[in-house]
Design a protein around this ligand. Structure first.
Ligand SMILES: [Fe+2]
Length: 361
C-alpha cells in the first residue's frame, strides 16, 4: 500500500520549467570533450572545477553544470519559478513537508541568484530559483550552428521505486500528467509530467531509486539526431550509443540515448507535441504494448531499465538507493529472447508471420 506524501497547506511554488541540471563528473576534461566537442553545447563560463553549458536557444546562464568530484552523481535538478516570491513559496512548501531545506541568497552556482535547494520527499535534490544572469541567446548565430545542434533543455527523468507516490507528490507540486504506463492490475510503471507546454519537464520511471535516469536536450529536427549518431561512429565511440535512434510511442518524440564518460545518460529528443490546454487528455499505455517505448517495436536494451546515476544529498553524499518492490517493467515485458510482446491472449503473440494485415482492416 502506497504511503502517500501529505499535501501541504501552503501553496505550491509556481514552476515555469526545468532549467538546468548540475552533475558531478570524475574527469572534467573527458566530460568537456563529450559535451562541448561532441555535442556542441555552448560554454558560458568555466574554471578548473566546473563548466557551465547552455543550449543554442537558451538565454539563462546555463542548462548544465559539470562539476568535478570524486563520485559521478547528480547534485541538482533545478527548476525556474515564476517570480522571486515563488522561491519563498518553495522554501515554505518544503519546510511544511519536513524536508531538509537550504536557502542561499547568492545561489548555489555561478549565474544564479537567490535559490532554495531541498532533499525532496522522494530523496531527490531539487532546486528552485528565479534570479538568473541573462546571456546571449544564440538562436540566429548560424555561424555557430552545428549539424547536430542541441537547441533547448527538454526534460529530466527520475527513477523512483514507488511511481504512484511520486506522481501524487509532483501533482501536488503543480505538475500535470501527459502520459503514463500501467498494467491491467493498475500497477504504474512510469509517468510523464509537465509544467511547460510540452509532454514533460520530468518523468518518473519505476525502479531502484532515487536515481537520475537521464537528462534530455532537444534538437530542431530528426536529422540532427542522425548526425550525432554518424559523428559518434566517425569518432569510433559508437559503444556510447545505448539505445536508438528511434521513435517513442510515449511522447511521440524521435529519440537517442547516449552515455557520457561517467555513464550519465543523455537523451537527444525532438518533436513531441503541445500540452498547454487545461483539459489536455492523459494518454495511458499498456505495459505490454510493445510500441510504448519504441513506436517501431524495437526492443529496449536491459541496461536502459537497470542503469542510472546516483543523486546527492545537500552535503554532497550519495543518497541510499531503495529497491522497487513492484514488478519491474523489464521483468514483465522482456522475455527470454529479449523481445517484448505486443498482443494479448488469443492473438498470434510472438508469431511474426501470423499477423495478417488484412484481418485488421
Ligand atoms: Fe526522456
Amino acid at each position: 500500500m502506497t504511503d502517500f506524501i501529505p499535501t501541504p497547506t501552503v501553496p505550491a511554488p509556481d514552476i515555469v520549467r526545468c532549467a538546468y541540471m548540475e552533475i558531478v563528473v570524475t574527469d572534467l576534461a573527458a566530460s568537456r570533450a563529450f559535451y562541448v566537442d561532441l555535442l556542441g553545447l555552448h560554454v558560458t563560463e568555466e574554471d578548473e572545477n566546473a563548466i557551465y553549458l547552455r543550449s543554442l536557444e537558451e538565454f539563462i546562464h546555463h542548462n548544465l553544470v559539470l562539476r568535478k568530484g570524486p563520485v559521478a552523481a547528480v547534485a541538482a535538478f533545478a527548476y525556474r519559478v515564476k517570480s522571486p516570491a515563488e522561491v519563498d513559496a518553495a522554501e515554505a512548501y518544503y519546510r511544511e513537508l519536513g524536508c531538509r531545506v537550504e536557502r542561499r541568497k547568492e545561489g548555489f552556482t555561478k549565474g544564479i541568484g537567490d535559490a532554495v535547494r531541498v532533499e525532496d520527499p522522494l530523496g531527490f535534490p531539487y532546486e528552485f530559483f528565479y534570479e538568473v544572469e541573462h546571456v546571449e541567446r544564440l538562436t540566429q548565430r548560424y555561424d555557430l550552428y552545428s549539424a547536430g545542434e542541441l537547441v533547448r533543455l527538454d526534460h529530466f527523468n527520475q527513477v523512483t521505486p514507488d511511481v504512484p507516490r511520486g506522481r501524487k507528490y509532483l501533482e501536488d507540486l503543480g505538475f500535470r500528467v501527459s502520459e503514463d504506463i500501467k498494467d491491467s492490475d493498475g500497477v504504474t510503471y512510469a509517468a510523464w509530467m509537465h509544467r511547460k507546454q510540452t509532454v514533460h519537464d520530468t518523468a518518473l520511471t519505476g525502479g531502484n531509486g532515487p536515481r537520475m535516469h537521464h537528462v534530455a536536450f532537444a534538437t530542431h529536427e530528426k536529422h540532427n539526431i542522425i548526425q550525432i549518431c554518424d559523428k559518434m561512429g566517425a569518432l569510433r565511440i559508437s559503444d556510447r550509443i545505448e539505445r536508438g535512434p528511434g521513435r517513442h510511442g510515449v511522447s511521440n518524440a524521435f529519440y537517442l540515448y547516449i552515455l557520457d564518460p561517467d555513464g550519465h545518460r543523455i537523451e537527444i529528443y525532438t518533436q513531441d507535441y503541445y500540452t498547454g490546454d487545461p483539459d489536455n487528455p492523459t494518454i495511458t499505455w499498456d505495459v505490454h504494448d510493445n510500441q510504448r517505448r519504441d513506436w517501431w517495436g524495437n526492443p529496449v536494451v536491459p541496461s536502459w531499465y537497470t542503469e542510472a546515476s546516483l543523486v546527492l544529498d545537500l552535503d554532497g553524499n550519495p543518497q541510499p538507493v531503495i529497491e522497487r518492490t513492484d514488478a519491474s517493467e523489464m521483468a514483465v515485458t522482456v522475455g527470454a529472447d529479449g523481445f517484448s510482446y505486443t498482443r494479448k491472449d488469443g492473438s498470434p503473440e510472438g508469431d511474426r508471420t501470423g499477423f495478417k494485415l488484412g484481418a485488421q482492416l
